[in-house]
Design a protein around this ligand. Structure first.
Ligand code: PMP
Ligand code: GLU
Length: 384
């Protein structure tokens, strides 16, 4: 009964394990949740208020399929303010989360048999979305310890069938932030081979060590023309459940996304759009506070992991994940995470769906107290 297309797609492990951790907690089990793929902060009140007002004011009908004009204008203003990028509203499509934006983009860009290059470790939805678009994911390896991108590796992966390169800085699952030099090299390569770049910048505002986020599209006019920037409100404003993401790029591709969306989901929720309009138009005080708190948590987690034998981990500079090599414990990532949940009630995500079997992903979107408690439990368990 089920199509081949769907049979070859794996379910999202991140969503499955996060759901299991939440459900165990509900049953009263003392779970330490290092699996979360979303901020544990609540959506700020002023954003919620905008949604309440939208409901009361009757803003409860269809909007244009790829979002209302005011929101597109606010997104253009955000790109200008934060990323020095100039877009017109017809270059913006708003969708039901950045995941949906990425999905749509791949559907619109890819032909059957095309190839899309992704650096490994990668966010686990990329390969599955690429397959759903009829294309084939091609994996570019990064440095196993630092996760630094080697542009030569990208070059090696390019064939006549290459349709796009996906980059993701700050990265899920490694927290790596691409340097300007790396971005320039990727841009140079993409421009010289005329390959579109999909730049997933969903974690742009969760960035540490006083680093600044750089969008590859802002480097020069040529790479601007080839880049599709994907972003959203999920991570920056703790709005994962509201489902608003967006993309920006060439108008003809954005038009393609509009056609696809007009026959699939139609517009993202009008109420969520009203909330996103307030979020994107506001100053970033609450986002900055959240980011500062994540940075403190990262430091506590890294300090704790340093003292656990058999676990090695590069320091993340953005997002809220670290990607640790656990091969020194004699276990692969899958065995490690399964046993850890069963025996110590600590939820983490195995590295395999992100492209590295010996690794696990730990999220620090959880309280400092839980991080400390989790590290203690983890240390005792590994020692045993
Ligand atoms: N890209 C990356 C790298 C992510 O981690 C996520 C989080 N799920 C998304 C895109 C999509 O986020 P959303 O659909 O909630 O906007
Ligand atoms: N981006 C999050 C994660 O990687 C959310 C889960 C998902 O959308 O897959 O955990």
């Amino acid at each position: 009964m089920i199509s081949k297309k769907i049979k070859h797609i794996s379910p999202s492990v991140t969503l499955a394990i996060s759901a299991k951790a939440k459900s165990l907690k509900k049953q009263g089990v003392d779970v330490i949740n290092f699996a979360a793929g979303e901020p544990d902060f609540d959506t700020p009140d002023y954003i919620k208020q905008a949604a309440i007002e939208a409901i009361k004011g009757g803003f409860t009908k269809y909007t244009p399929a790829t979002g209302m004009q005011e929101l597109k204008e606010a997104i253009c203003e955000k790109f200008r303010r934060d990323n020095a990028l100039v877009y017109a509203p017809d270059q913006i499509a708003v969708s039901c989360g950045a995941k949906h934006s990425l999905y749509n983009l791949l559907q619109v860009l890819c032909e059957e048999g095309d190839e899309v290059i992704i650096p490994s470790p990668y966010w686990l939805s990329y390969p599955e979305m690429i397959k759903l678009a009829g294309a084939r994911p091609v994996i570019a390896k990064t440095d196993k310890k630092t996760f630094t991108i080697k542009v030569e590796e990208f070059r090696r992966c390019i064939t006549k069938k290459t349709r796009a390169i996906i980059i993701n800085s700050p990265s899920n699952p490694t927290g790596a932030v691409y340097s300007k030099d790396t971005l320039e090299k990727i841009a140079e390569l993409a421009v010289s081979r005329n390959i579109p770049v999909i730049s997933d910048e969903i974690y742009e505002k969760l960035i540490y060590d006083k680093l600044n986020h750089i969008s590859i599209a802002s480097l020069n006019k040529k790479i601007y023309e080839l880049t599709f920037v994907v972003n959203g409100v999920s991570k920056s404003y703790a709005m994962t459940g509201w489902r608003i993401g967006y993309l920006a790029g060439r108008p003809e591709v954005v038009k393609g996304v509009a056609v696809l969306q007009s026959h699939s989901t139609s517009n993202p929720s009008s109420i969520s759009q009203a909330a996103a309009l307030t979020a994107i138009g506001s100053d970033d005080t609450s986002t900055r506070k959240m980011s500062e708190e994540f940075e403190k948590r990262r430091d506590v987690l890294m300090e704790g992991l340093k003292n656990i034998k058999g676990i090695e981990c590069a320091k993340p500079q953005g997002a809220f994940y670290c990607f640790a090599d656990v091969s020194g414990t004699g276990m692969d990532g899958l065995t490690f995470s399964k046993k850890l949940l069963d025996e110590k009630h600590i939820a983490i995500i195995p590295g395999e769906p992100f492209g590295l079997k010996d690794h696990v992903r730990l999220s620090f979107a959880t309280s400092i107290d839980d991080i400390k408690k989790g590290i203690e439990r983890l240390g005792e368990w590994v020692e045993q």
